[in-house]
Design a protein around this ligand. Structure first.
Ligand code: URA
Length: 236
């Protein structure tokens, strides 16, 4: 077992022990999910019934995560929220002050704008799944550091595999560049559909950017109006 896995398992054991759990039995599926974190979508043997359970245990692991220094300053880790069977998954950058306080993604001003834009294309927040590249708030809302992104990435990879959406919408530069593995600016990629390991990814501007530059709002709306067609295409 490599050191990284050992560290995470030790952190999990410590937090379970703190709440009185003395013995843990690993199911084969759970262990292999861990090992296959970097394999392409579809390779994780997660029986449908286990999805809820696995996501819940990931969320617990996330709350106790100390893989980077952000645990020092977080109030809550913000794992994700929404329908775990959603066809559309949104990935933002990192929790802000309000998200850190509530433990939920996109509940501050940028989140309210996201809710409104979703409504405009006939979607409710409860029927999509929302998460971030980083699960903990960077102090003063600074940009995610590369080592923080690396440390947090396994959570996002497993989340993407377990949710297995038909469409991922990346909000803003950080999520977009990470998923597309590119350094291109938003203006060059936004509104285009990309295939990432068999997943459809549609990048658009971050709603926080649209609060500062209202012209982006119209462009996000234009991109969101593609959702229905893209889902129809996924139905074949
Ligand atoms: N901005 C993000 O990227 N994510 C949130 O959850 C809130 C604001």
């Amino acid at each position: 077992m490599d050191n990284r896995k050992k560290e995470i398992l030790e952190a999990v054991a410590e937090s379970l022990s703190a709440i009185g759990v003395r013995e843990v039995y690993l199911r084969e599926g759970a262990a292999s999910l861990f090992d296959k974190a970097n394999e392409p979508r579809g390779s994780v043997p997660s029986p449908e019934g286990d999805k809820k359970e696995l996501l819940a245990s990931e969320a617990v692991r996330c709350e106790d995560c100390r893989a980077c220094t952000l645990y020092n300053t977080r109030t809550n880790a913000v794992y994700g929220d929404g329908d775990i069977d959603a066809r559309v998954m949104f990935i933002g950058e990192a929790p802000g002050a309000e998200e850190d306080k509530q433990g939920l993604p996109f509940v501050g001003r940028a989140g309210k704008l996201l809710d409104r834009l979703l409504e405009e294309v006939g979607l409710r927040r409860g029927e999509v799944y929302i998460t971030n590249v980083l699960k903990c708030r960077p102090p003063e809302n600074r940009d995610p550091a590369p080592e923080e992104v690396d440390a947090c990435l396994p959570f996002l990879q497993r989340q993407m595999k377990l949710i297995a959406p038909d469409l991922i919408i990346t909000l803003g530069l950080h999520a977009t560049q990470l998923l597309l593995d590119t350094k291109k600016p938003m203006a060059k990629v936004r509104g285009e559909v990309f295939d990432v390991d068999g997943l459809k990814v549609l990048p658009t501007y971050h709603t926080a950017a649209a609060l500062r530059f209202p012209a982006y709002k119209e462009q996000i709306y234009t991109d969101f109006r593609k959702i229905e067609t893209l889902l129809d295409e996924a139905d074949g």
